[in-house]
Design a protein around this ligand. Sequence first.
Ligand code: SPV
Ligand code: MN
Length: 621
Amino acid sequence: METMFSLMDEKSKEKLTALKNPKVEKTVAEFAEICKPDKITVLNDSQEDIDYVRGLAIKNGEEQKLGTEGHTVHFDGYNDQARDKAHTVTLLSPGMKITKALNSMDRDQGLKEIFEIFVGCMKGKEMLVMFYCLGPTNSEFSIPALQITDSGYVGHSENILYRQGYKEFEKLQDKSDFFYFVHSAGELENYVSKNVDKRRIYIDLDENRVFTVNNQYAGNSVGLKKLALRLAIKKASEEDWLTEHMFVMGLHPKGKDRVTYITGAFPSACGKTSTAMLSGQTIIGDDIAYVRISSEGEARAVNIEQGIFGIIRDVDSKGDPHIFESITTPREAIFSNVLIKDTKPYWLGMGQELPKEGVNHSGEWKEEAKDKNGNEITASHKNARYTIRLSELENMDEKADAPDGVPVSAFVYGGRDSDTTVPVAESLSWPHGVFMGAAVESETTAATLGAEGQRVHNPMANLDFLVIPFGKYIEKHMDFGEQIKKPIKIFSTNYFLKEDGKYLNGMLDKKVWVLWAEGRIHNDFEAIETPIGFIPKYEDLKQLFKQYLNQEYPLANYTNQFSIRIDKYLDKLTRVEPVFRDEGDVPQIFWDQFEQQKQSLLDAKEKFGKSVIEPNEFLEK
Ligand code: SPV
Ligand code: MN
């Protein structure tokens, strides 16, 4: 305690002690001893403190001001541009189990290793002690979270992306029921983490805390984002609610006086943000949702965040007008890993020609530059991002901060699948929908380190974060459907079907798919029953294409997009079956769905005598 207080000014001391929370004080003291910062600053919810952290990020060189008022740029190191799955490890104490798909290690061993790396990691730096609230404040959903970091950029990002929570900690009094995150960017060279070979992200479920070191990329460093997601998945699994990698949005069908809220889970960089941002609709959140069952038996969702850390690639004025407007006009925004030329940010797919030189994540950059392995360095990184507050957007939903969330009418599951699943389908039942979500496969993207374009199984787009056994997660979803009194529908979507290397759908077609789903929720449309779910009728889509996109929708397109590729679906089952088997604890109700799905596909193949069945053929028989 002595050391800790000797590194604080009076204001910081006062803010810390005023909370009268022994665990908060003990935690700060412990990491002050280990990390050995030169100074400790404790921040509360005041504007003064929010401004201080932004100023610090600029002063210490982690961010630079750009020409437009409020805009700054931050660069992560060349090898620190995405989530590092290989060095993200769940620490297991005896008897604890998680999905086999994730890395885990003995807890004592992991703690020993990470604490050794932490020794002296904040020498010469300032330790920030920050308080946040996951989910809306004053709510059943709220989870207080303490962030300790030596990065002004991490603190600045969190002040944009999360709700301030010093007041939530005041309410906690002496209780120790909060998450905490300790981050250090480690030794810096040219303002970026130098020792990325010692990058570690260790999740300690026993103590609801995560340690992360030698990194800056937000998916690895920002505690409240994917690190808290993992802790919340565990917490939700022990209580009766869900933590999901989901957007939350309001759908506003034309000519109807209603708003329908849906949530959707898609793997990273597969259209989650662009769906939530569809024009004419309203956004509540684009990445992480908590879903609880209200006392009336209704599923209700909140966004745990208040901002967007979005992929900037392909954001242009046509496809994403709201985002484009918000990141090209004065307001607080952080750009990361874009190209800078004359204090202006540029990115791939922005709808204008890019400068042929500038500064990017590799340093001074020129067109056709290659890295030391001979790989082309793109002008901006494919996973370059922008960070803004949702309140900056004119399409933010009026209930975005409602303490009791919004009622959910559907879950949507999507993946990046070039050859199998149809653009949109409604599940045949709740268990079938859970199966659909659990069977999602998706091609990897630049949002995680490693090769792109590899087809991987990614149940509910949540696999990277599933720090519980897969079977338990599935069981929770099955139970959730049983418990809600007002049933909700489950849909699958796929925006990425291809033929001869070309996408079969336009970027904005997703609007038609989600508004078809909205219509199904309200019984506006009939549908065609197929083995893989209910699919749209041509006439309804034709009308929706006209109404929302002012486009013709040729029957040939429909027939191609919605044909059921039986053999492809069977291949998919063959691929995912061993994964489910290997997990060992998948509930019987899930296997019943699996068998039923396989059988109905085989039956259809036999009945129609072919392996690709056109949608209208299902109508005829
Ligand atoms: C994702 O990759 O799913 C993101 C960005 O939302 S990150 O913060 O890297 O997780
Ligand atoms: Mn995400």
